[in-house]
Design a protein around this ligand. Structure first.
Ligand SMILES: Cc1cc2nc3c(=O)[nH]c(=O)nc-3n(C[C@H](O)[C@H](O)[C@H](O)COP(=O)(O)OP(=O)(O)OC[C@H]3O[C@@H](n4cnc5c(N)ncnc54)[C@H](O)[C@@H]3O)c2cc1C
Ligand SMILES: *[C@@H]1O[C@H](CO)[C@@H](O)[C@H](O)[C@H]1NC(C)=O
Ligand SMILES: *[C@@H]1O[C@H](CO)[C@@H](O)[C@H](O)[C@H]1NC(C)=O
Ligand SMILES: *[C@@H]1O[C@H](CO)[C@@H](O)[C@H](O)[C@H]1NC(C)=O
Ligand SMILES: *[C@@H]1O[C@H](CO)[C@@H](O)[C@H](O)[C@H]1NC(C)=O
Length: 523
C-alpha cells in the first residue's frame, strides 16, 4: 500500500513538471545567457547551423528528426559551468533535457522527445589525460572511444581499456550503460574499471565519487547516466595487454557447414581461456547464384598472445573452423581496435580520431538477448529461416565466461554476469524509409522465434542495445509500473536499489526519459 501511495505521488509530481509553456521557453534562454558567458554556444532554430549541429550526432536515421518542433535549443557546453547553468535553467522553467555524448543511442533517446526539450550536447568536453605509472586515465564524456584508445596507445604500448569496438561511441553514454567489448572475458566491461567520476547533479552541483557517495557511484556504473545526472568525466583503470596480440576473421556459409561449426562454438566459446574472445556473427550475405541470399557466420577472434598459441587452441577446441595460419594477424592493441572497427589491415590509426559529422546514412533497429543453454540445431535453423526474410541483418553472438562468471551481479548496476553462455545482439539495417515498418515487424518476428532459446522471467536485455519494445514510457511521464517492466529486463535484481538511489538523488524525477529509472524509495 505504501508503495502504491508513493508511486501515485511521484506520478503527480512528474506530470506537473512535464508542462513546459511558451512562457517557460522564452525565459529559459535569457536564464542561460545570464548564467554563462556570451560566447557560450547555444543553437536555436533560427541559427543557420542548428540542423547540422543536431544531425552530426544522430546516428540512427530512423530516430533523427531535424524538423522536430519540440527541440528548443542545443546547448553545446564547452565548460562544466554551462552544464550546471543548463540544468538549473531547465529545471526552473520546467523544460526537459536530453543529454548527448556520442549520439549512438539505438532509439535516439539522446536527441528526440515528444515534449519541448533542450539537447545538452557534451561533444566539446573531450579531453583525456593518461597517467601511465598509476595505470589510470581521466576521460571526459564527449570523448570518443577512438580518441581514448589513441591516447592510451600513445602513452603506453601495453596498456588498454576494456570498452566497445566502435571508435565513434561517446564515453558518456557508452560507459554509463556498461561498455562491452573484446576484453570482456579477461577483464570484464568498462564499468568494472571506473574508479571515480565527475557528475553534475539535479541541483547543479559538481560531485565526485567521495562527494556523491557509493550509492550514486554504483548506480551510474551500468544504470545509464541520464537518470541520475550529467556525467562530466570518468576516471578509469587501465589494464595490461601484451605488446603483440593476434586477431582473425574467418567465415563459413550455411552451405559450408556454418550451423555445425556454430553449434560447436556454443559448446566451447565460454570455456576457452579468458585471453581469447571469439565472436560469431551470423549475417545475411549474397548466395552462390546472383539474386540469391544465404547466411554466413563470421568468426572474429582476439587473443592476448601469439598466432601460434591461438592456432593450437582453435585446432584443438574448434577444428571445424579450419583456421589457417595465414588467417591470423599479429598486431599491437591499437591496431586491433582498427581491425574490430572493420578497417582493412594497413589503415593508419589516425582514422580512430575521425568524427563523421554528416547526417545519418541508414535506418537501424537493434535488440538483445542472453543465452544460458545451448540452442539446439533445430532452433538455429528456425532463426536462419526468419533471418533470410531480411535484406540486411546481422547478429553478434558474444561469448561470456572468464571473469564475467566471477564478478557478482550486484558489484555494479550492470547485472548480466554469471550463468550466461553468450549474449546475442540483433541488428537490422536499411536505407529506404519505406522499409521501416517491414523491418521493425521482422525484428519482432525474429525476437519471437528466438524466445524459447533465450533467458526468460525476465527476458534479459542489455541497456546499451536500447530497445523500446522491452517497455517504454511517453517522453513527459514516468509510469512506475511500466518502468518496472523494462527496468527488470535491463537491471534484474538491481532495479530496486537503482530506484532507491534515484529517489534519493532526483526525487522529483527531473532526469526522466522514455526508459529512465523512476524514483521509488525502498521500504
Ligand atoms: C555502431 C555502434 C556500435 C556499438 N558498439 C557497441 C559495443 O561494442 N559495445 C557496447 O557496449 N555498446 C555498443 N554500442 C551501443 C552504445 O554503447 C550505446 O548506444 C551507448 O549508449 C552510446 O553512447 P553515446 O554517448 O555514443 O550515445 P548517446 O546517444 O549520446 O547517449 C546514450 C544514452 O546515454 C545518455 N548519456 C549520454 N551522455 C551522457 C552523459 N554525459 N551523462 C549522462 N547521460 C548521458 C543519453 O542521454 C542516452 O540515454 C554500439 C552502438 C552503435 C550505434
Ligand atoms: C525537414 O524539413 C525540410 C524543409 O521543409 C525538408 O526539406 C526535409 O526533408 C525535412 N526533413 C525530414 C527528415 O523530415
Ligand atoms: C568471407 O570473408 C572474405 C574475407 O573477409 C570475404 O571476401 C567474403 O566475401 C566472405 N564471404 C562471405 C560469404 O561472407
Ligand atoms: C599497426 O598498423 C600500422 C598501420 O597499418 C602499421 O604501420 C604498423 O606496423 C602496425 N603495428 C603493429 C605493431 O601492429
Ligand atoms: C516510398 O513510398 C512513397 C509513397 O508511397 C513513394 O512515393 C516512393 O516512391 C517510395 N520510395 C521508394 C524508394 O520505394
Amino acid at each position: 500500500m505504501k508503495v502504491v501511495i508513493v508511486s501515485i505521488l511521484v506520478l503527480l509530481v512528474l506530470v506537473s513538471y512535464a508542462k513546459a509553456t511558451t512562457q517557460n521557453v522564452e525565459t529559459f534562454l535569457p536564464c542561460l545567457r545570464f548564467r554563462t558567458n556570451p560566447e557560450h554556444p547555444i543553437y536555436t532554430p533560427d541559427n543557420p547551423t542548428f540542423v547540422s549541429t543536431y544531425l552530426s550526432y544522430t546516428k540512427n536515421k530512423r530516430c533523427s528528426n531535424p524538423n522536430n518542433t519540440n527541440l528548443l535549443a542545443i546547448v553545446a557546453a564547452t565548460h562544466e559551468s554551462h552544464v550546471q547553468a543548463t540544468l538549473v535553467c531547465a529545471k526552473i522553467n520546467g523544460i526537459q533535457i536530453r543529454i548527448r555524448s556520442g549520439g549512438h543511442d539505438y532509439e535516439g533517446l539522446s536527441y528526440i522527445s515528444s515534449v519541448p526539450f533542450v539537447i545538452l550536447d557534451m561533444n566539446n568536453l573531450r579531453s583525456i589525460t593518461v597517467d601511465v605509472p598509476n595505470k589510470k586515465a581521466w576521460v571526459e564524456a564527449g570523448a570518443t572511444l577512438g580518441e581514448l584508445y589513441t591516447k592510451i596507445s600513445e602513452a603506453s604500448k601495453t596498456l588498454a581499456f576494456p570498452g566497445g569496438t566502435c571508435p565513434t561511441l561517446g564515453a558518456g553514454g557508452h560507459i554509463a550503460g556498461g561498455g562491452y567489448g573484446n576484453l570482456i572475458r579477461k577483464y570484464g566491461i568498462s564499468v568494472d574499471h571506473v574508479v571515480d567520476a565527475k557528475l553534475v547533479d539535479v541541483n547543479g552541483n559538481i560531485l565526485d565519487r567521495s562527494s556523491m557517495g557509493e550509492d550514486l557511484f554504483w548506480a551510474i556504473r551500468g544504470g545509464g547516466g541520464a537518470s541520475f545526472g550529467v556525467i562530466l568525466s570518468w576516471k578509469i583503470n587501465l589494464v595490461e595487454v601484451p605488446e603483440i596480440l593476434t586477431v582473425f576473421k574467418v567465415n563459413k556459409t550455411l552451405e559450408q557447414g556454418a550451423t555445425d561449426v556454430l553449434y560447436n562454438w556454443q559448446l566451447v566459446s565460454s570455456k576457452l581461456p579468458p585471453e581469447l574472445f571469439l565472436r560469431a556473427m551470423p549475417q545475411i550475405t549474397k548466395g552462390a547464384k546472383s539474386g540469391e541470399k544465404t547466411i554466413a557466420v563470421k568468426f572474429y577472434a582476439q587473443f592476448l598472445g601469439s598466432a601460434e598459441t591461438l592456432m593450437e587452441i582453435i585446432n584443438k577446441k574448434l577444428p571445424g573452423l579450419g583456421l589457417k595460419h595465414e588467417d591470423c594477424h599479429e598486431m599491437s592493441w591499437i591496431n586491433t581496435t582498427l581491425f574490430w572497427g572493420n578497417f582493412p589491415i594497413g589503415t593508419p590509426a589516425s582514422v580512430l580520431l575521425d568524427r563523421p559529422t554528416g547526417p545519418p546514412g541508414a535506418f537501424s533497429k537493434g535488440k538483445s538477448d542472453y543465452v544460458k543453454k545451448t540452442i539446439p540445431k533445430e532452433g538455429m535453423e528456425k532463426l536462419w529461416k526468419t533471418m533470410l526474410k531480411f535484406n540486411n541483418l546481422w547478429m553478434q553472438w558474444n561469448p561470456y565466461g572468464g571473469v564475467m562468471d566471477e564478478i557478482p551481479s550486484d558489484a555494479t548496476a550492470f547485472p548480466h554476469r554469471k550463468g550466461n553462455l553468450f549474449k546475442i545482439q540483433y541488428f537490422a539495417l536499411w536505407t529506404d524509409a519505406n522499409a521501416t515498418s517491414l523491418n521493425l515487424g521482422l525484428m519482432k518476428e525474429l525476437y519471437e522465434v528466438a524466445e524459447p532459446y533465450v533467458s526468460s522471467n525476465p527476458r534479459e536485455a542489455f541497456l546499451n542495445y536500447r530497445d523500446n519494445d522491452v517497455g517504454s514510457n511517453p517522453s513527459g511521464e514516468t509510469s512506475v509500473e511500466e518502468a518496472k517492466i523494462y527496468g527488470t529486463k535491463y537491471f534484474l535484481g538491481n532495479l530496486e536499489r537503482l530506484m532507491d538511489v534515484k529517489a534519493k538523488y532526483d526525487p522529483e524525477n527531473f532526469f526522466r526519459y522514455e526508459q529512465s529509472i523512476p524514483p521509488v524509495l525502498a521500504m
